[in-house]
Design a protein around this ligand. Structure first.
Ligand code: GTP
Ligand code: MG
Length: 345
């Protein structure tokens, strides 16, 4: 096996959908932590990034994901808020993503921000799958914790599966109305042409193995070439948030989607007025399964590679702007990099 897992970057997966349809809960289930508990009113007000390494994906997905079949390092999930007032954060998440999960509550069906998210995905031509969430709330549901969907489906009564099917076909119909040909994921042959619908429960974990398997399969099969970037090149990313961090002053939380960033790199960051040129003082990384937003203990690292959520401490970041580009200078001409950042503002 000559494949080098470090030569492919981690695909970025945006999680989008209407308020309360279960985006954060789904990620919570995946990372096994309780970010949701610490959120103001359980509404996600900021984009967060969570890295899930391949071995963790595989341990959750069980026999559906054999790590030997994949050479992508894992998945980087970006949570976005569903509340109607956070359109900018949703578009930012959508624009960053290689692939996306559109979360739809099976009982609630399509809602205004479901349609808005679909529009974002349409415009950015981001391949996506639909997680039909909260299947455990179908009356009479017999929960089977953390099992693949086919296994749990078989243990339900005909009346229950009939009810679920009805809701799922409603969602498939809604997708069709929006111009997407969709079907239950196990019937989809070509995920580039058809949208796969995966029934899941963020509460019981049913269908979560399937969701991860489909995301891995999608990334590996259709995105692999795009993941084969100049992995060691000067990093490129986007600012998610500008934050004061005790002991570090103003820092930026960013998603690095190309190349690397090192603790001694010079960087150019999009600012309120002009691009800011500064030197990295520290790269602060949340632990592998932690959520950058709520993580208070960071590990200082010398270097990170795409894709990753990373906090950058550097002087003169006060005017840095959420949504703005970040570019590493390294062996490139500073003026050239400044011009590129200016052009993206
Ligand atoms: P915003 O970030 O505000 O857009 O919401 P969200 O999509 O992140 O929803 P969140 O994960 O906060 O879940 C909203 C509510 O639905 C919470 O009370 C969850 O416990 C509940 N919920 C989420 N997923 C499931 C599920 O699969 N089953 C059940 N029964 N409840 C769920
Ligand atoms: Mg949320």
């Amino acid at each position: 096996d000559t494949r080098d897992p470090t030569s492919l970057r981690t695909p970025i997966v945006a999680v989008l959908g209407h308020v309360d349809h279960g985006k954060t809960s789904l990620l919570d289930k995946i990372r096994g932590s309780a970010v949701i508990e610490g959120e103001a009113g359980a509404i996600t007000q900021h984009i967060g990034a969570t890295a899930v390494p391949l071995d963790v994906v595989s341990s959750i997905a069980g026999e559906l994901v054999n790590p030997d079949d994949f050479d992508l390092p894992g998945l980087l999930f970006i949570d976005t808020p569903g509340h109607h007032s956070f359109t900018t954060l949703r578009s930012r998440g959508g624009a960053l993503a290689d692939i996306a999960i559109l979360v739809v509550d099976v009982n609630d069906g399509f809602q205004p921000q479901t349609l808005e998210a679909l529009d974002i995905l349409k415009r950015s031509q981001t391949p996506f799958i639909v997680a039909a969430n909260k299947i455990d709330t179908v009356p009479g549901w017999n929960p089977n914790e953390d099992t693949p969907i086919t296994a749990t489906y078989e243990s339900q009564s005909d009346r229950v599966t009939g009810r679920l099917d009805e809701s799922l076909y409603q969602i498939i119909g809604n997708l069709s109305d929006e111009g997407f040909s969709a079907d239950l994921y196990w019937r989809v042959q070509n995920f580039q042409r058809n949208v796969g619908v995966v029934p899941v429960s963020a509460m019981t974990g049913e269908g979560v193995p399937d969701l991860l398997a489909v995301m891995m399969g999608l990334s590996q099969r259709y995105m692999k070439e795009e993941m084969e970037i100049d992995v060691a090149g000067p990093g490129v990313g986007t600012v998610l948030e500008v934050k004061d961090e005790k002991g570090f002053g103003t820092t930026v939380d960013m998603v690095l989607y190309d190349g690397t960033i090192k603790a001694d790199d010079q960087i150019v960051v999009g600012g309120q007025n002009d691009p800011l040129v500064t030197d990295v003082r520290a790269l602060l990384q949340p632990r592998p399964l932690a959520e950058i937003r709520t993580e208070s203990r960071f590990e200082k690292v010398d270097e990170v590679g795409a894709a990753a959520g990373i906090k950058v401490a550097a002087p003169d970041l006060d005017d840095a702007m959420a949504g703005a580009p970040v570019r590493v200078v390294r062996n490139r001409a500073l003026e050239e990099v400044v011009t590129e950042v200016e052009a993206e503002l």
